[in-house]
Ligand binder design. Structure first.
Ligand SMILES: Cc1cc2nc3c(=O)[nH]c(=O)nc-3n(C[C@H](O)[C@H](O)[C@H](O)COP(=O)(O)OP(=O)(O)OC[C@H]3O[C@@H](n4cnc5c(N)ncnc54)[C@H](O)[C@@H]3O)c2cc1C
Length: 402
């Protein structure tokens, strides 16, 4: 595997870098840095989406056609890395990185023509309705029931931990269409219009006070038969494809390395408690270096996966390895963040967002104000998209053959 970028790739990187320099406003950059949750608030996420959409780059991880850029995996990696270095807001990943690839692979022509352009333009904002009260790690246990009534499905049940359901107008959803067969074989994949009677979204506030996830209740919700993706009973196959993208589809290392570079800068300004810079403290410096090495090793693993994808091979179960390591590193970085800010990092403001005109007044610096909410929000990384324990089981079985 060649670790050097070609001249074309360097030219592409410079083009992306120049675009970011010219179009990513200080407001967006600050918003991204001051967002403790996993996803950007729609105000900055959608503004950044619009800028990329106008440039024709929002579909950067899609194949060509229906607005996809058709970029190579290396181009996508370069784009992700430059965005991370420039502090770009997170893009609406549920539609772009999860549903988009599903529709490209499993959608029919009508679905592609209707939904894909609306994802790109931002006309539709999507949430993901997979988990339920007793179906998280054991997703195949899902109970939300869809029954065919003429040319429409009638859906009843509930979904849990549904990120950004309070902003979404559409939900891609796993439902049980056949309770008589093996659990996995009775699952189907529906596209649900959230703006209809029978849908109730109840907020769940997390340990940091952020409202990112919800419980969603579906009471006789109507879905046209044409809004089933794939065949009836194909939902499990589609979900596995989607989850592989969720676990390994995006590049984590560039974001982690950018966060670490920032932490290193902040540690140079912070005191070790005795008047010297914290970065000179041997135990802190060793802890930081250890995480940096691991993030660099993760980057190599991600590049290896990209090389596989470039050869036409699917990302496969090693995406579980990436998800596991990246989640642990996120948590370690935010723990180091708390150590950098010390007392000033313990403030837990209740107002949101932490940027803009209505932002709370920080006790110390803005960065210190984000430290504790980030630390608390990052606890979720080892749970969503499949918990650490579940990833370890997948790695043991399918990568190590145990
Ligand atoms: C911030 C956040 C956002 C989320 N967003 C969404 C979303 O948008 N859409 C969506 O559908 N879901 C979402 N989820 C749900 C997420 O996918 C589930 O929380 C996750 O799959 C775990 O399921 P659970 O919460 O039911 O926990 P459980 O499955 O009940 O697990 C509880 C504990 O038991 C362990 N455990 C369970 N089974 C095993 C096993 N077989 N072997 C070893 N240990 C096991 C788990 O690792 C965990 O520690 C989100 C979750 C969070 C925290």
């Amino acid at each position: 595997m060649d670790m050097q970028f070609s001249a074309d790739q360097i030219a592409f990187r410079d083009e992306v870098r120049a675009f970011l320099d010219g179009h990513l406003s200080p407001r967006l950059r600050l918003g991204a840095r001051m967002t403790p949750t996993v996803f950007a608030e729609p105000d900055i996420g959608r503004e950044w989406q619009q800028i990329l959409y106008q440039r024709g780059w929002f579909g950067y991880c899609w194949p060509q056609g229906y607005g996809g850029t058709g970029w190579t995996p290396v181009q996508r990696y370069i784009f992700d890395k430059e965005c991370a270095l420039a502090h770009a807001p997170e893009l609406p990943a549920l539609s772009l990185k999860l549903l988009g690839p599903v529709l490209h692979r499993f959608g029919n022509e009508q679905q592609k023509q209707h939904y894909l352009p609306r994802i790109l333009s931002g006309e539709h904002y999507w949430c993901q309705g997979f988990s339920e009260p007793s179906a998280g790690s054991d997703l195949a246990n899902l109970k939300t029931r869809a029954v065919l009534d003429g040319d429409r499905w009638i859906v009843n049940g509930s979904k849990l931990w549904t990120t950004h359901a309070h902003f979404a107008d559409h939900m891609f959803c796993l439902v049980r269409t056949n309770p008589e067969v093996k659990a996995q074989a009775g699952v189907s994949f529906l596209l649900i219009d959230m703006k209809q009677p029978g849908i109730e979204v109840r907020p769940i506030r997390n340990i940091a006070g952020d409202h990112e996830v919800n419980a969603v209740f579906l009471d006789n919700v109507v879905v046209p038969a044409g809004d089933m993706v794939g065949e009836e009973g194909q939902g499990w196959t589609i979900a596995k494809f989607l989850l592989e993208n969720e676990r390994g589809g995006s590049c984590h290392a560039p974001v982690l390395l950018a966060q670490l570079a920032e932490l290193r800068r902040e540690a140079a300004d912070a005191s070790d408690g005795e008047g010297a810079p914290l970065i000179g403290d041997r135990s802190f410096a060793a802890a930081l270096a250890r995480v940096e090495f691991e993030a660099q090793a993760l980057e190599v693993t991600e590049l290896r996966i990209l090389a596989e994808i470039a050869q036409g091979r699917p990302p496969g179960p090693q995406t579980s390895l990436v998800k596991l390591i990246a989640s642990n590193l996120r948590q370690q970085i935010s723990s180091l963040g708390l150590r950098v800010f010390g007392y000033a990092g313990l403030q837990l403001q209740q107002q949101r967002p932490l940027y803009g005109d209505g932002a709370p007044q920080p006790v110390h610096s803005a960065a210190a104000m984000a430290a504790a909410p980030s630390y608390l929000n990052n606890r979720a990384w080892t749970i969503f998209g499949g918990s650490n324990e579940v990833q370890r089981t997948i790695i043991a079985r399918t990568v190590l053959g145990l």
